[in-house]
Write a protein that binds this ligand. Structure first.
Ligand code: AMP
Length: 217
């Protein structure tokens, strides 16, 4: 069976980027509660309407709701695929729910990988980021503009989008939530000896190599 891992780190640490690279190179599937919630908001469903204001404020949606999303998504991945939990669990109750959800399926967590980052640098990273609305390729106002103005390098689209919660005030709020509620779940996994810390301020390739090293253990 492939490995089940949690990518942990404040918003903008690069969890999503690394999850996509892992998906490309391993039989692993990204399970991002943030992506699931954004899809619900976009669809205009009742769930989406309920969570939109909470997300826009940078606060956390309810534990039961995100755990139900993960429960549902875990049913869709087979036993041979590993799960990359990205943005979940974010609180202690979610960490306990995840244990139960995995145990019910005969799975267990192999690694919790924490990406360590500098908060001020992160604000700079997050407030400039945008993505292609068609293929999802990531860009940045200061660090990675499309090679041809307003044209996606990957698919040629001219449409781009920004997350509404990627403004400085909300980013600071999301980081405070991370420090208060998410960082405290690390000791649960430290007791099991499955936590690895990686310097998340390095380049994408450096961080990727460090994660691969953990997975190879
Ligand atoms: P993310 O894309 O992981 O940064 O998540 C964006 C927003 O979705 C967060 O600021 C929260 O409002 C909400 N969210 C995502 N995952 C969770 C979670 N596991 N628990 C509670 N709220 C979440």
């Amino acid at each position: 069976m492939a490995k089940d891992i949690i990518l942990l780190g404040p918003p903008g640490a690069g969890k999503g980027t690394q999850a996509h690279l892992l998906e490309a190179n391993h039989a692993m599937v990204q399970l991002s509660t943030g992506d699931m919630l954004r899809a619900a908001v976009k669809s205009g469903s009742d769930l989406g309407k309920k969570v939109q204001a909470v997300m826009d404020a940078g606060e956390l949606v309810s534990d039961d709701l995100v755990s139900a999303l993960i429960d549902d998504r875990l049913n869709q991945i087979g036993p041979d695929a590993g799960a990359i939990f990205d943005g979940y669990p974010r609180t202690e109750p979610q960490a306990h729910s995840l244990d139960e959800l995995l145990e019910a399926r005969g799975r267990k967590l192999d690694h919790v990988i924490e990406l360590e980052v500098d908060e001020d640098a992160l604000v700079d990273r997050i407030t400039g980021r945008f993505t292609c609305a068609v293929c999802g390729e990531g860009y940045h106002d200061r660090y990675k503009l499309p090679k041809v103005e307003n044209t996606c390098d990957e698919c040629g689209s001219h449409e781009f989008k920004r997350r509404p919660d990627d403004n400085e005030e909300t980013v600071r709020k999301r980081m405070a939530e991370y420090r208060a509620k998410t960082a405290p779940i690390l000791p649960i996994y430290e007791k099991r000896g499955i936590v690895s810390r990686i310097d998340g301020m390095g380049g994408i390739e450096e961080v990727r190599a460090a994660i691969e090293k953990v997975l190879a253990d």
